[in-house]
Design a protein around this ligand. Structure first.
Ligand SMILES: Nc1ncnc2c1ncn2[C@@H]1O[C@H](COP(=O)(O)OP(=O)(O)O)[C@@H](O)[C@H]1O
Ligand SMILES: [Mg+2]
Length: 272
């Protein structure tokens, strides 16, 4: 899919991206200002920051769901115009269709791309096996646990073989144990896939455990990138044990020291 001239281009590059919203009163609100972000193919980058600081806004600009008011969003060297076709999106709330079975939900993305029903179903079964749902293909979404719904969503996002996965707090509604299992499974699938991931979370533990790089946004309005941290913990990682690793503990201490200030600013602004 990658042409020679864009082989070394970032999967996502935001250059000085600012997003201004018009408020219902006709005023203006700067959600984020001058965001620079580069995500190379095969890299796992997390964005953390306090609630409302503009994490989803940044992801939406990468996804092409929102155009920057200033600056430019590029994907593999080309401006993002309209929905970014190189990317799949995974939200906190899954987007499963309640009237379709697990198999049909997972097949849908391929069918919409013109793949035949039989071929799409075969590929969907391959993905359901990968995420441990082979015995549940005939179930409807309401018959699934939270973890199973997430597995279905992961299969949905990956089956179309995107170059980029954009994940907006995908596991935040899960209980802690299910969440760690899902994080582990995500890394297993991502490992060696060559795909770029931008992962939004407000959970610093999750960001460090998963990522190659953690990008910290300041409290809004006009949120900016305040720090970037390379996470050099060796891979493959076992997320059920990584939180006890001294290197993890040290990184967490360092990044939390900075994030805490931004969280405090957000609370102070709300209390005012
Ligand atoms: N469509 C919109 N119109 C107006 N304001 C918005 C819109 N989307 C987001 N905002 C505001 O921009 C800020 C950043 O929002 P968001 O990116 O959702 O933050 P986060 O994902 O970090 O919680 C918030 O103050 C939010 O209220
Ligand atoms: Mg958000």
């Amino acid at each position: 899919m990658t042409s020679p001239e864009t082989a070394h281009a970032p999967a996502i590059q935001l250059d000085g991206c600012t997003k201004e919203f018009v408020t219902p009163q006709g005023g203006s609100y700067f959600a984020v200002k001058g965001i620079d972000l580069t995500v190379m193919p095969g890299k796992f980058v997390s964005i953390v920051g306090p609630t409302g600081c503009g994490k989803s806004t940044v992801l939406n600009m990468a996804a092409g769901l929102m155009a920057p008011s200033e600056g430019e969003a590029l994907s593999f060297g080309a401006p993002v115009v309209g929905v970014n076709r190189r990317a799949s999106y995974m939200f906190q709330q899954d987007a499963l269709l309640p009237w379709k079975t697990v198999l049909d939900n997972v097949s849908l993305g391929l069918i919409m791309r013109g793949v035949g029903k039989k071929e799409a179903a075969a590929e969907a079964r391959r993905w359901l096996a990968k995420v441990g749902l082979s015995n549940f293909e005939d179930r409807y979404p309401h018959q699934l646990s939270g973890g199973m719904r997430k597995r279905t969503s992961i299969a949905q996002a990956w089956i179309v073989n995107p170059d980029i996965l954009l994940m907006d707090e995908p596991f935040s509604a899960l209980d802690v144990q299910t969440r760690q299992i899902m994080e582990n499974e995500l890394l297993d699938i991502w490992q060696e896939s060559g795909k770029a991931v931008i992962f939004i979370t407000h959970d610093l533990d999750e960001a460090i455990a998963l990522s190659d790089e953690v990008v910290l946004l300041s409290a809004g309005p006009a949120s900016q990138v305040v720090a970037r941290y390379d996470i050099t913990l060796p891979r493959p990682r076992n997320l059920l044990e990584i939180r006890d690793d001294p290197q993890f503990v040290e990184l967490h201490r360092e990044i939390w020291g900075r994030l805490r200030d931004e969280v405090a600013k957000t609370y102070a602004a709300k209390a005012a």
